[in-house]
Ligand binder design. Sequence first.
Ligand code: FES
Length: 138
Amino acid sequence: MSAGGGEFIDLARVICRESDLEVTGTRAFTLGRGDWPLKGFVVRSGATVHAYVNRCPHAGHPLDLVPGRFLTADGTLLLCASHGALFEKSTGLCLAGPCAGRSLTPVPVRVRSGLVMLEDGAEPEALAAALDPAPQGY
Ligand code: FES
């Protein structure tokens, strides 16, 4: 796809439109192929967009027990609904809960032509393969 000015957009690296974040501020995504694609989510924090692997450092569960719901009720923090861990949106650091002091795994993204995209050079398969196979546990 060519954006304005002839810029080439690699559609395989597009996660969502930036405007998709307007309502809830978050969006789940799956990138890559095969049995173990990269499952993550995007979150807006102020004017910046961040992305993380959808895998809690506590027991490895997806954060969104209710699919697509990643935030606390007031929208200020990320919440893992399994056991209540709370994470900072801008860093992925766990501020409270069973994995306090640990962090979500960041996914490098950038906004380009209104699209949230995986950064050049970042490969979904490599990011998925680099995950700790045995998180902290219960
Ligand atoms: S798996 Fe996230 S708090 Fe336990």
